[in-house]
Design a protein around this ligand. Structure first.
Ligand code: NAP
Length: 243
């Protein structure tokens, strides 16, 4: 990993920060992307340089914007040997299909599918045949069937099928991590509210997930020389096996 740059779109978020930390601990250079909360991204970059002496560039902006995707790639090239890309962006799209508007569905598709796929396309082109790896971030909701999840889960399921296509189509490795319920990031508030307590009470999961659980799986898929591609790894404490 040493000296390799890994673009982490959404790298400042609840899960992304753990990925950035794990990669920097191995000598890789995370490029920390975020949409607008620069202070949080800058604070993470400061922590990483203090802990590991790794200077992680920060790029602010929406990855649906081509110039932002280019900035991420340029920052990756300047920081080290461009090698990896993990889009940790997304929005929970908590709107039931019964009341969802066309715009709700389009917005979820843009945030959860189109942005990550366009960035993957630009990243693969920038590699120009060099070795590299992409890890898409899906969700347990794209593997198990959860009532009320259409707006969020459908674009995330599309991401899984896209990863399998691209793993076949491109010379680089493309895999997927599908997190379960984590006590961090976009699920943190729901966990605090007790929304998922029944999973614990029924013994479906031993505990809520932690960002480090997800980071470990992502780092595995990014390891140079890894012989795995086109695969989906659910990091959900076994939840989707018990539904
Ligand atoms: N947390 C969980 O338990 C959980 C479970 C299953 C799947 N996931 C998936 O894991 C990934 C990370 O989730 P998280 O919980 O870490 O989310 P989070 O804490 O809400 O962080 C999201 C990150 O993505 C950035 N972002 C969002 N939309 C963007 C865009 N269009 N362009 C550029 N950056 C954008 C945010 O930037 P700003 O801070 O500037 O807005 C932030 O850095 C997501 O794909 C999510 O669907 C999470």
């Amino acid at each position: 990993m040493k000296g390799k740059s890994i673009i982490l779109a959404g790298g400042s978020g609840g899960l992304g920060a753990a990925v950035a930390d794990d990669l920097a601990a191995r000598g890789a250079i995370p490029v920390i992307g975020c949409k607008r909360n620069r202070d949080r991204a800058d604070a993470l970059a400061r922590t990483i340089v203090e802990k590991y002496g790794v200077v992680a560039p920060v790029v602010v902006g929406d990855i649906l914007d081509q110039t932002v995707r280019q900035q991420l790639l340029d920052a990756g090239r300047r920081a080290g040997l461009l090698y990896g890309m993990v889009p940790l962006v997304g929005q929970p799209a908590r709107v039931p299909i019964e009341t969802a508007t066309e715009l709700d569905l389009i917005e979820s598709m843009r945030e959860n599918f189109i942005g990550p796929v366009l960035l993957a396309r630009d990243f693969a082109a920038a590699l120009a045949g060099a070795d590299g790896a992409i890890v898409f971030i899906s969700t347990m909701q794209a593997i198990g069937v959860f009532s009320g999840s259409t707006a969020y889960a459908a674009p995330k399921a599309a991401l899984i099928h896209t990863a399998r296509i691209l793993a076949k189509q491109w010379p680089i490795r493309v895999n997927v991590v599908a997190p379960g319920v984590n006590n961090a990031g976009m699920a943190e508030q729901s966990v605090r509210s007790g929304k998922y307590d029944s999973f614990l009470e029924k013994g479906m999961i031993p505990r809520f997930g932690q960002p480090s659980d997800v980071a470990r799986a992502i780092t595995f898929f990014l390891e140079p020389g890894n012989y795995v591609t086109g695969q989906i790894l659910a990091v959900d404490g076994g939840l989707t096996t018990k539904m």
